[in-house]
Design a protein around this ligand. Structure first.
Ligand SMILES: [Mg+2]
Length: 239
């Protein structure tokens, strides 16, 4: 395949936590382990720790600090990265993750992993779930200096790794992140119905973007949306 052919291939851009990986791990760390450890370290009640931490969460949501383990460690006096390592056996892929990635790879789709996890957090996940072989690019928003919610993330990404937004599809469980991508010019946006196996599915009618139940549904979505305008895609339903 020539270089120019390769540039014509659609790019599937994936979020990591809550999209490819089960957000139950992160829920467990932030909502259960951290309040417990915080209460031990600061010699206060679990209720006091929960109140303090949940207030911090509200203040910092969707900012780059929110995603930085170093920031949280300094802010709350607990080594959050260490805490995640202690429970790393709970890190798991969502159902259909590897099945989907295998199919995309076989079909020649280019895949990028774009995460708000900081570089240390990304490293931890990659050590525990095999994702690296499927991606030509893996980016932490920490490297770019903007969270994905911010158009600046996408502008910086495009400067460093030129891509055509009309030929990209972006899959992310967080609506605020999808809105950032939309503001930049990516129009093919897909969400996830149940980012965490420890919480119920969201209502499809409450999500402003199409949402996947099983990850492999994305494959049919890609094939039927004629992302490759130069190729004739046969839709089994209308052919
Ligand atoms: Mg996510």
């Amino acid at each position: 395949m020539s270089y120019s052919d390769l540039q014509q291939q659609p790019i599937a851009m994936f979020d990591m936590d809550g999209t490819l990986l089960d957000l139950a791990f992160d829920d467990f760390i932030w909502n259960h382990c951290l309040p417990e450890r915080h209460a031990q370290v600061h010699q206060c009640s679990l209720e006091q720790s929960q109140q303090t931490l949940f207030q911090f969460y509200q203040q910092h949501k969707h900012t780059l600090s929110w995603y930085s383990s170093a920031y949280w460690t300094a802010k709350v006096g607990v080594d959050v990265l260490q805490l995640q390592y202690e429970h790393r056996e709970k890190i798991a892929a969502r159902a259909g993750c590897h099945q989907l990635l295998e199919r995309l790879k076989a079909k020649g789709y280019r895949c990028w992993l774009l995460t708000n996890a900081d570089q240390a957090g990304l490293q931890l996940k990659l050590e525990n779930v095999e994702l690296s072989p499927y991606f030509e690019l893996m980016i932490s928003s920490e490297e770019l200096g903007h969270a994905k919610e911010d158009v600046g993330f996408w502008q910086k990404l495009q400067q460093l790794h030129p891509f055509d937004p009309t030929k990209a599809v972006f899959i992310d469980d967080t609506v605020a992140v999808l809105k950032g991508a939309e503001a930049f010019g990516i129009s093919k946006l897909v969400s996830i119905l149940q980012p965490s196996s420890s919480k119920p599915s969201r209502n499809v009618n409450e999500l402003p973007y199409p949402a996947l139940n099983h990850l492999t549904e994305l494959f049919d979505y890609l094939e039927s949306n004629n992302l490759e305008t130069n190729l004739q895609v046969t839709d089994a339903k209308t052919a």
